[in-house]
Design a protein around this ligand. Sequence first.
Ligand code: TNX
Length: 524
Amino acid sequence: MKTNKLLNSIICSFVIATLFLQVSCKIQPTTDLTKESIIPKPVLVTANGETFDLSRSSAIYTQGSSETLAETAIYLAELIEPATSIDRIITTEKTPPKGSIFLSLSATDALLGDEGYRLEITKKLVKISANTTAGLFNGIQTFRQLLPAEIELNSKQDVEWLVAGGVITDYPVYSYRGTMLDVTRHFLPIEAVKRHIDLISAYKINHLHLHLSDDQGWRVEIKSWPNLTEYGSRTQVGGGEGGFFTQEQYKDIVEYAAIRNVTIVPEFDMPGHTNAALASYPELNKDGKAPELYTGTRVGFSTLDANKEITYQFIEDVFREIAEITPGPYLHIGGDESHVTPHEDYIKFVERVQDIVLKLGKVSIGWDEIASGDLRPGSIVQYWSRRPTNAISAVEQGNKLLMSPSSRAYIDMKYDSTTVLGLRWAGLIEVDKAYDWDPATFTEGIGMDNIIGVEAPLWTETVTNIKDAEYLVFPRLIGIAEIGWTSAANRNWDEYKVRLGNHAKRLKAMDVNYYPSKLVPWIE
Ligand code: TNX
């Protein structure tokens, strides 16, 4: 009896103590900014022990002149409004009042460059300053991660919006931090692409490469060659109905991306991977006969004819039309796996296509095989294969590399042997393997100066919808985003995996269908 009583009172006080702890934990704000799980990891974080309370905020203030500043402020307002009800934006020349979020396009700090920002948080004010709206956008993403995860929900939340105080000074190591969506093997509609842009930009990914043509389908309207989409878009892997973007929809994607600091990089893959175009126009074929549409997953069986003038007329028309609606600097010309193109034809073809792109005032990006020929000045070589000779040749010709090594950055590979989606030809890529590498030391003879950045492609042979895509993309792309932003000296898997684990609640709130790798200590 006595012992029972004692036991009861011990249990009781334990329960009370736990309750008290939970309650006090709830109302205790995080006050140490240096302990926050920010991804990508910033350059410099210092804490001041203060706490900013967004619940008492009334407005977003902006200062500075730029056409895109208002758009960036509206973006921030739309991001926080559903959960907090703050949506007033005020332009000011003076210091904004206590409690506001202040976007200041006034930094004159060379250190911050084109994309860096300074985020200053005191109990009175959140101030993001940058040289560009891109920098402000990146600062907003960091600020977003400092708010409770409920900020990602779409209805008003009864949460104390407390933010730890201090100063963050931050800028990226690489200017190109990208991912690719293959919308040809399986078509993804415009809403899916927009959602994808929302998610990737939350981690400061700033380029979205769209793989727009392949054997299985042509996915964007070209007005001077209408059959490309009228016929060539009508199927996909497995024989589904396929689809395409009208030019209006493409422009819509480009604009949506621009507000989120994402540059669209359109790719028309050639001279191989062209069955859909060859099926749409018999005159593009060497023998003048159009093949059937293709719904399988083999590669390397189709080619444009490098010795027909109509081939180059076709390419000029296609790239001219897309260049007119692509504000970004790059046009991706493909160039991979052209196994049935005679080598001298391939070399001639790739040189002529680079000239067409130059004439349009754009810069070519091509898969690394293009480095087997003469590269035009400025052309970028996307290094994916396991043939370092291509990477070395590019560098010897004075050209730069975009790093997408398939054994690390191919996020269409399976995570482990039990992953249902994905392929495995480049190996299994667990979350640690996708994170734990350095583009600047990956290939002998290639250093940081030879690299513009990193890109993780998602090929969609096995991916039929955006939820499947997210499963392969997340969380691996988050790690690639950090590789592109944070210096290798400041990165470490054991420390990163804890920060990543702390993003579980946030990813859930955003309804991301991520792979819950056992290697990560997820905290929900
Ligand atoms: C190789 S990587 C390809 C694509 C496939 C991919 C599947 C590259 C430049 N070409 O055509 O979809 O493998 O992983």
